[in-house]
Each structure stands twice: as C-alpha cells, then as structure tokens.
Design a protein around this ligand. Sequence first.
Ligand SMILES: *Cc1c(COP(=O)(O)O)cnc(C)c1O
Length: 424
Amino acid sequence: MSDYKIETKCIQSGWEPKNGEPRVVPIYQSTTFKYDSSDAMGRLFDLEDAGYFYTRLQNPTNDVVAAKICDLEGGVAAMLTSSGQATNFYAIINIAEAGDHIICASAVYGGTFNLYAHTIKKMGIEATFVDPECSEEELEAAFQDNTKAVFGESISNPSLVVLDFDKFTKAAHRHGVPMIVDNTFPTPINCRPFEFGVDIVTHSTTKYMDGHATCVGGAIVDSGNFDWEAHAEKFPGLTTPDETYHGLVYTKKFGKMAYIMKATSQIMRDLGSIPSPQNAFYLNLGLETLHLRVPRHVENARKVAQYLANHEKVAWVNTPELPGSRYYKRAQKYMPNGTCGVITFGLKGGREASIDMMDRLKLVAIVTHVADARSCVLHPASHTHRQMNDQELLEAGVQPDLIRFSVGIENAEDIIADLEQALA
Ligand SMILES: *Cc1c(COP(=O)(O)O)cnc(C)c1O
C-alpha cells in the first residue's frame, strides 16, 4: 500500500481481500485457531512459522488494523494494545528493565507522567523529566550510562507544547538510544514523526483515530530505523538469546521487525493487554474517516480560538494554531497542515468564572475525554488535577482557570454560539 496517498491508506490499507473474501475486514471473534497436526502448532509456538494460535498473542482483525496504522505512519511493523497507557508502558518495558533509566519531556499526558514517574519506578526503571524547552546542554546532562530511551509527545496533552523533534532525536541518537514519540494529538494525518528521525511512535487510539469515543485502545509503530545491533550492549533483550523461545535472538531472526516481534511474542504474551477484535473493528471504521475529520477539527479549533482571543471576558487562549503562539513557527515546520482540535483558554474572572461558564454550556459537554467528534470541555483544576492547590497546579503547568476545549466537528457557528451564550 505504501505508494498511495494518506487518504487512500486510511480507507484501504491493511486489508487486501483475496478472491471471494469479504470486502470489509471480518471480526475474528475467536480466541483460538485450529491446526491439522500437533507439529504445525508446535512450530508456531517456537516462532518458526508465522500464524495465529491464540488471540492474546495475535489476532487477524487486530493485525489488519495495526497494519493500517503502520502504513499511515510509514513504519515497518505495528501492534495494537488495549489502551494508550498499555502502549506507553510496553514501548518502554520492551527495551528497559530494573536498573535502567529513561528521559521524558515533562510536558506529557498526566497518565504517562504517573506511569513513568511512579509505576515503572517501582519496577526499578528511573525517569528523568526534562523541560521540553530545555537547552541542548541541559538535555545532554540528563543522559546516564543506563539510559535506554527518550520519550516525548508530538503535541502535549493538555499543555499543547509542540515537540522540538530535531533537538530530541539528535540527542537520543548521539547516545545510541531510540526516540519514542506519542503522536496521539496530531495523528499521522498532520504529523509523521518518522520523517523527523523518530524511531518509535505510540498512540492512544482512543482519541482521534477512533474518533467517536467508543473504544479505549493503543498502538505502537516501529520505523525499523533504529540499529539495535549497533548498540547491542544496551539492548540485550533484543540482541541476546530469549530462553523462553529456545534461545532465539530477535534481531537475528526478525531484523527490522525485531522490536515489535519481541513486544508481541514476549511482552504481550506475558502481560496480555490486548484489544478485543470487536474494538479493533470499530477503530478501523474510525480510521477510514480520519483524513476527513482531522482537518475539520483543526479548522473549527482555529475559528473557536480566534473567537475566544477577541472576546473581552477571555484572559488568554493557547493553541499552536494562533500566530501569537510560542509554538506557531515550530508547528509550521513539523505540522504545516495543522496541529489538532484541542485548545486551552482561561477567563478574566479566574477559576470561578471558568467553572460557571462551563456549567452554562449546552451543546458542548463536560466530559473526561478529548479528541472525538463531539465538542467537550474539562476543567483540570476541578477534575483531573482536583487534589492540587493553586500553587501545585501552577508547578504542574496547569493554570487554575485553564479550560481544556476539545473542539469537535459540529458546525463551528453552533459551537461558537454556545460559547457566546455561556460567556454572556
Ligand atoms: C489519552 C492519552 C493517553 C492514554 O491513553 P488511554 O487510551 O486513555 O489509555 C496517552 N497519551 C496521550 C497523549 C493521551 O492523550
């Protein structure tokens, strides 16, 4: 599929039915697969032959959808997981273990921050968080001998920082480790991190990819560009024998597919965060219209941001879409067609005014979600960051009056009219 344009890939990639097969990818709602001989099945268990035997490891519906996401990102291999959280956990645990270290941009999704700051720490993996706008020297100083990866978000949720891809990927490669980027917010429609030297891309497919707020899910895509063998001493899990597969060496056996093959046949085998084939099917329906929805989200977000920026009761608006934004130029470089539909803003009346305005919205709903077809808002100080006082909020980069507005694909005039009456 790789020669087609991205719109065509959204529709057609992944599933290529043979003569007489269903035009639409079938839902293989089966945990198991039948074989004629014990030996045939045994060869699958040894990874000697490719094939399905148990859905915890691989399922044909899930694989078709993973292949589509792989093609959209321009990678060589991909896998689905049951959530964005599982994805960002697997992406690290596949190459780091107790005693290892990672570097993470501090502007990341709260769930990712908790995962890397606390949960993997209990497993012996330490994370250093760096300001995404740090100098090259500061970034350099964060590396240790045991550093195994650098992680960031292409556009951070909810702070909307556009990643300095050049700075981060170059530093990672100078130290012989892969750059991993969570590309959930721009999606491959607006940004393809592999074109900027990133090695591995992760997604919470729950957001724009699904697009309809129906299924929690995640995906990991490998560019195939990182040379694990060249840094073999850092990545023994990929470059030395896996005793659970009779001494198989992933890089020797699978070449550019090594990282995803290990994540599927070892990490997924043991931890089991698979999506249901039914959910993969829904995700695929979302992907078919991703190229239509994402530009409309961006267009509506621009209109709403411009409206808010001109409103007398609005104190500030943050989106890389506005030329006044600190990230406008960088967004033009890495995402020239637009960024995403999420914006943040605050009201002059502060926290109380923000809450009051949200309660008056009629079309736009208060929900703990972003990036689906329906416009929605969240007040982090009252919701996701509720336990923090104002001082702690500011330290976490969340202004007490900050409203996160996920602009949907309704008619922009209706969204603005709802804001108008709520602000009045
Ligand atoms: C939502 C989100 C996640 C977590 O994904 P889930 O599917 O909710 O587990 C990770 N990264 C980003 C950028 C997100 O927005």
